[in-house]
Design a protein around this ligand. Sequence first.
Ligand SMILES: [Zn+2]
Length: 67
Amino acid sequence: MPQQMIRLICPNLKCRKVLSVPSHARGKNVRCRNCGMRVEVPPASATPRPAADAEASTPATPATPDL
Ligand SMILES: [Zn+2]
């Protein structure tokens, strides 16, 4: 399962750094790495779902030994 990251924008108007936090940080506070401000991570909510590209499933190729 891929780790889902949440993107937040630092509320510090002088910073406005985009922070990527792991989804397990929901409902917690993280600290902006740029300015050190505490940023609240919103709990699970309606996050805009990016158009998920069709995941290329790996074709089942049998291991063929080089002859
Ligand atoms: Zn910041």
